[in-house]
Design a protein around this ligand. Sequence first.
Ligand code: NAD
Length: 349
Amino acid sequence: MKIKKKRLTDFAVNIFISMGTNEDHAKEVATHLVEANLKGHDSHGVSLIPDYFSSWNKGGLQANADATLEKDKGSIMLVDGNLGFGQVVGRQATDMGIKRAKEVGLACVGSRNNHHLGRIGAYGEHCAKAGLISIHFVNVVGHPPVVSPWGGREARMSTNPFCCAVPTSKGPIVLDMATSAIAGGKVSVANKKGIDVPDGCLFDANGFPTNNPSDFFTGGTLGPFGQHKGYGLGLICELLGGGLAGEWTIQDIDKQENGVTVNGMLMFIIDPDLFGGRSGFEREVKGMSEWLYASQPSSGFDKVRLPGEPECESMAMRLIDGIVIDDQSWLDIVETAKRVGVSEKKIPT
Ligand code: NAD
């Protein structure tokens, strides 16, 4: 299926509204998911709709919940997402942090009990739009682990994303990544498309490296990116996003099986004005960017990019060309739409 942004967004909004979601929440979730597709992260786009339906259907996802401020002292806030759509309650927690960072220069927000937050870069970009720097440590619970620790054969961790966004006058620099060698959703997308995953990302049930995405679904594991370093950063995400902010880490075996994905997130939001001043910081960011761009490309590359640029390039292309959804994902989304009662007329063909 090849579809333009507006038609896809309207379809996703219809599905969420048919699940009983209020219009504002439905629009916010649909917009976030379609933007993930536009930015090239199909694993975090509309193909998640059947999973979200499944979470809601089993009473896990609370479609109309809002975030609530549970504790508030100085620059520190604890926010409960009440199992609402992560795209809504995670953004609400981020807004609380943005407001506090603008008041006192720094906010540290623990955001817990969020249903799947989607693309973490969205929260970094939201802070950057407000002129603020942000750092996000995230864990993933509610289903069994999928990532093996460095030196271990069994899955003991999840894909625990890390994000840091830095505002610049030309758009933010956004490092937004899973700490596994590849995001779990990308293995599912590769499996549906029938293509291999890159070298070094996946191990089969016996701990041997494999490129076959189907091995993941028969006891295989994802490896950490960058060997022991990615494993270490993933663990820090688990301890800060999960242990500190969420009070729920993946070692709690009793809570692994419910199949409702929950993210805990610890965010630091910083006003760059309060250090040497915004202009000095911007000068250094600009200087550093130009310094990197001036590097000769190495073999196999056309140029040096900054983190966040591949997503902007994808978005520019997909806004014109449309978004391609693989056949299996589209069938699953349409099936979900029918189950929640979206009329045939409103299903794009
Ligand atoms: P990725 O490997 O595609 O990109 C990671 C980072 O590298 C990005 O910031 C990207 O801009 C940058 N990058 C890529 N190519 C580059 C280049 N040539 N030069 C400079 N920078 C470059 O991302 P990923 O690890 O597959 O993660 C995909 C998405 O999955 C992210 O949005 C992440 O937040 C999301 N995720 C979410 C969860 C969750 O539970 N909510 C879990 C895991 C991942």
